[in-house]
Design a protein around this ligand. Structure first.
Ligand SMILES: Cc1cc2nc3c(=O)[nH]c(=O)nc-3n(C[C@H](O)[C@H](O)[C@H](O)COP(=O)(O)O)c2cc1C
Length: 331
């Protein structure tokens, strides 16, 4: 009886502590109360705002003269960013996208001379940063034939041959392969292209052992993993209460693309849940260089594939239980 009561009290405490922990961290790190609180929050805010213009350019029906007020506002914010945090590729990206919008508007006969003059002067003030995004902002031409040529011959097979691998061959995953899998994971969509996800990893057996001791779900196989990965999502990318769970959505998509990327490169992975209480999350972070502003989404173990091995079959429920058509409810 006493034991049961104790368990209920501990569970209730963990509930309250964990929810309060989430609220406190979202309050402290998100951009809900200050967009220019840090480089991280300001960059995510600019990425999101500039992307709103960029996607306007990608619409089939583009409105002539669109986005002028937004262009003006964003040029000012890019300058403010640079003054506050120094050069950053997001400022360059802002200039590129605003340039494309002005070009489009000029082509439709809607030129705002005052805005163009402001753009030209600001363009010169924006300093080149040492790092850059992987492509200029604006539009990218895509060809259906190119997409078709890049597809695996059997789409189902590609996904069906990814398994949670719990037996690994001896050997290391080359750093270049990890980097390539992250580059692949970076192709994941993210809310307003804010790209909140980060990947921390270790190939050090000692750190792997300590990490897995906290995670507790890799018993019997974690010790053979060549690497452990921690997928996180930067809370500074998110705004307002409505986005409080967005880190999990973007983080889940990123983690899955990473696992599929490792699969495409010929390595095995197994997700390792981070379904933890606030207490456990705090303990894990102690002594690790994961910034407090990042939410831990999931861990993965990874390693080289054996020539032959077994996996848990993990049969799937009937597709008819998963798939249904949306219908209007008649009340
Ligand atoms: C978020 C997440 C957390 C998981 N955590 C664990 C874990 O802690 N330990 C483990 O052995 N497997 C874990 N798995 C693997 C699942 O058991 C596995 O994905 C599921 O059975 C389907 O099998 P498959 O991945 O081989 O298709 C996890 C999977 C996901 C997506």
């Amino acid at each position: 009886m006493m034991n049961r009561l104790k368990n209920i009290l501990v569970a209730a405490w963990d509930f309250a502590d964990s929810y309060l922990y989430d609220i406190r961290r979202y309050w402290r790190h998100s951009q809900a109360f200050a967009r220019f609180r840090s480089r991280k929050t300001a960059r995510a805010y600019l990425l999101m705002s500039v992307h709103a213009l960029e996607k306007g350019l990608a619409l089939q029906e583009r409105k002539p003269g669109f986005g002028k007020a937004k262009c003006r506002e964003l040029l000012g914010e890019a300058l403010r960013f640079q003054q506050q945090f120094g050069p950053d590729p997001v400022c360059r990206y802002t200039v590129e996208v605003v340039g494309c919008v002005l070009e489009f508007n000029a082509a439709t006969g809607d030129t705002d001379a005052d805005l163009v003059a402001r753009f030209q002067s600001l363009k010169n003030e924006i300093t080149q940063s040492q790092t850059s995004f992987d492509a200029p902002g604006g539009l990218r031409q895509v060809c259906k034939r190119e997409i078709a040529a890049s597809l695996p011959p059997d789409a189902f097979q590609f996904f069906a041959t990814r398994h949670s691998v719990r037996q690994f061959a001896a050997g290391k995953i080359p750093e270049a392969s990890i980097r390539e899998a992250v580059r692949i994971a970076q192709r994941s969509p993210s809310v307003c292209n804010r790209q909140s996800c980060r990947l921390h990893y270790t190939t050090d057996p000692d750190i792997i052992a300590k990490t897995l001791a906290h995670q507790k779900g890799a018993g019997g196989f974690g010790e053979n993993a060549a690497a452990v990965f921690v997928v996180t999502s930067e809370l500074g990318a998110f705004n307002r209460a409505g986005e409080r769970n967005q880190a999990y959505v973007d983080g889940g998509i990123f983690a899955q693309t990473f696992a599929l990327g490792m699969h495409a490169l010929g390595f095995g992975t197994c997700y390792l849940n981070w379904s933890k209480t606030a207490r456990e999350d705090r303990q894990f972070r102690r002594g690790l260089n994961i910034p407090d502003s990042e939410m831990i989404i999931t861990l993965l173990a990874g390693g080289c594939l054996r020539e032959e091995f077994v996996v848990a079959a993990s049969p799937r429920i009937p597709t008819d239980e998963v798939l249904s058509q949306l219908r209007r409810r008649h009340s």
